[in-house]
Write a protein that binds this ligand. Sequence first.
Ligand SMILES: [Zn+2]
Length: 212
Amino acid sequence: MTEIRRQSLIETAIAMNRCGINQGTSGNLSIRHEDGLLITPSGMPYSRLEPDDIVFVDGQREFHGPRLPSSEWRIHHDIYQARTDCSAILHAHPTDCAALACLQEPIPAFHYMVAVAGGHDIRCAPYATFGSQALSNHVLEALTGRQACLMANHGLVCLAGNLEKVLALAIEVEQLARTYLRCLSVGKPVVLDDAEMDRVLLKFRDYGVQDR
Ligand SMILES: [Zn+2]
């Protein structure tokens, strides 16, 4: 059973690169497992990964297996401990999300689909050095009431109920970032008001639960 879960993690990591969400080995992917998580290892091309290369990080932050976990394992670990509403986490540096993150700009409600991340905006977590506990703390804060956030001068984090959903969410957020950047290049997009975004969130809750 664990072998199948490790294999699906590898396949989704490969799909993450194939669909342009990630380049090389800069991103990482995990699923909740026992009291901790299974996560892609540090610095290994996804196409060469074997199930044993996937690292189990337990609830006490101990690593199990022959490889070291991705340098951002703290973010994944801390989210699983704090959020019972997710079983899969994706971190990557998709170009348009990273571009907005370098401007340290959140994505406002310029498009109704921003609600796909759970609220009226997609926040940008403050900058901290990659792999640091400070970065994990910032990300957890920016994810309050949300399923996605940008990370200043860095990239994107998404969480969802399973691997398929977390990849779909990352693709959607990258598409929103691309559209928002295009708007900014020609003018100032009109932002939907709070009442409208509340209506959209309600509709997503009523109709979209099985799709998210
Ligand atoms: Zn990163």
